[in-house]
Design a protein around this ligand. Structure first.
Ligand SMILES: [Zn+2]
Ligand SMILES: [Zn+2]
Length: 422
């Protein structure tokens, strides 16, 4: 048994050495790709050039490539020394309608037409880095394909952050198009660059990024003259009561030692002028949670509070939730525990941190609803602290010396997961 373990570990170390060497070899190329993509950002479902760069690269290194999946998605298959099991690695390719504020040699000057308007475009979420890293991982793993005990599916996904109004897209559409089948994928890994110290890898079991659930409330009263409110039903103070009532869900009804949630009202609209009481007030808001049960609980409470407060004043409230609520990015407990030692082995204990949950959405969650998945964070904060900016900021900056840690980690995770499961 010990002997077997030794051989097994020996092989893992041997492949790890190869991955380390190939990652160093490819680092410069990855940075070059990242800069090309950064300088030519494309919005969601319109990643034509980015997808072509990816597809040509994957073909060049011998992968089986499918183009135009869910608009511009690219899927590459790398076959190892056996066909099963199958593991997937995912990168997203889209940029955001933001004007880049930094003056880098490869800053974006691109504008495009988006929802009928001309907008600037910038890779302000680091998806340029994700795409370049995964192109690098594909090349690293293609060089050691004879060591790989299974198949690796590379998923280059469009439209994680942006897409024109009314269009479908992103992970959900990729899944609807069947990318987790033929061959059937058994587990998936991905990562996101964040402004944490360079080269640190964030690993968190359970909810990492929030489920996003938007809601609309219509408070229906009865219009009348502003000077004689008793002759109608004024929906404006009722809406105010509802808003205060909703905040009580978060502050009074959730065990804050166990769980957290965020409820934000982003817009209220009702009425036109000082002396008229309107018929209706609209309230729009968003809920962020880190587990689905809590989200269901909050949904029920929003409905209950809105309807009953309105009712108690003789008005009525209609609550609707978005059909396209995005689920919690939830790292499978068993997968996270199993892979932890391998992450430690590839990046070193000192480079792993346990991040707090992040209350923004990430559609990697859709893959995790279908199969066990692990989503990691990769620190790429600028060395100069004054330059640190959050994702989606026009000042967002990726410290490129952190990218190699992402290449190594994804490469080794894919390999070691297959090695474990074969
Ligand atoms: Zn984003
Ligand atoms: Zn992102």
């Amino acid at each position: 048994m010990d002997e077997l373990k030794k051989i097994f570990n020996q092989n893992l170390d041997d492949v790890l050495n190869k991955i380390n060497i190939e990652s160093v070899n490819i680092e410069k190329k990855v940075i070059k790709w990242r800069r090309i993509i950064h300088q030519n950002p494309e919005l969601g479902n319109r990643e034509y050039k980015t997808a072509e760069l990816v597809a040509q690269h994957l073909e060049k290194i011998g992968l089986e490539v499918t183009r135009n999946v869910a608009y511009t998605g690219v899927v590459g298959l790398l076959r190892g020394n056996r066909s099963e099991p199958v593991v997937a690695l995912r990168a997203d390719m889209d940029a955001l309608p933001i004007k880049e504020a930094l003056d880098l040699p490869f800053s974006s000057k691109i504008t495009t037409i988006y929802n009928g308007e001309e907008v600037p475009v910038m890779h302000a979420c680091g998806h340029d880095a994700h795409t370049a890293i995964l192109m690098g991982v594909a090349e690293v793993l293609s060089k050691i394909s004879s060591d790989i005990p299974g198949t690796i599916k590379f998923i280059f996904q469009p439209s994680e952050d942006s897409r024109p109004d009314g269009e479908e897209g992103g992970a959900k559409l990729m899944i609807d198009k069947g990318i987790l089948e033929n061959p059937q994928v058994n587990a998936i890994f991905g990562l996101h660059v964040v402004p944490f110290p360079v080269g640190k890898i964030g690993v968190r079991e359970g909810g990492l990024m929030a489920g996003v659930d938007n809601f609309w409330i219509k408070v229906k009263g009865r219009a009348t003259h502003g000077a004689m409110p008793w002759t109608g039903i004024d929906p404006i103070p009722i809406a105010a009561q509802i808003i205060l009532g909703l905040q009580n869900i978060i502050s009074r009804q959730i065990d804050s030692t166990q769980d957290s949630a965020i409820l934000t009202i982003g817009k209220i609209h009702g009425g036109e002028q000082p002396n008229m009481i309107p018929n209706e007030v609209q309230i729009i808001g968003t809920v962020r949670t880190f587990n689905e049960a809590l989200n269901s609980f909050i949904r029920k409470k929003i409905e209950l509070i809105s309807v009953n407060i309105a009712d108690s004043f003789g008005a009525c409230a209609e609550v609707t939730f978005s059909n396209e609520k995005s689920p919690v990015t939830y790292n499978d407990a068993e997968l996270t525990k199993n892979m932890y030692p391998f992450i430690e082995r590839v990046v070193g204990k000192e480079n792993i941190f346990n991040p707090n949950p992040i209350p923004v959405g990430e559609d990697f969650a859709y893959y995790q609803q279908k199969i066990p998945g692990l989503f990691l964070l990769l620190g790429t904060a600028p060395i100069d602290e004054h330059l640190v900016a959050l994702n989606h900021s026009p000042y967002f900056y990726v410290e490129e010396s952190g990218l190699i840690q992402g290449i190594k980690t994804l490469s080794y995770l894919a390999y070691s997961w297959l090695e474990q499961k074969k």
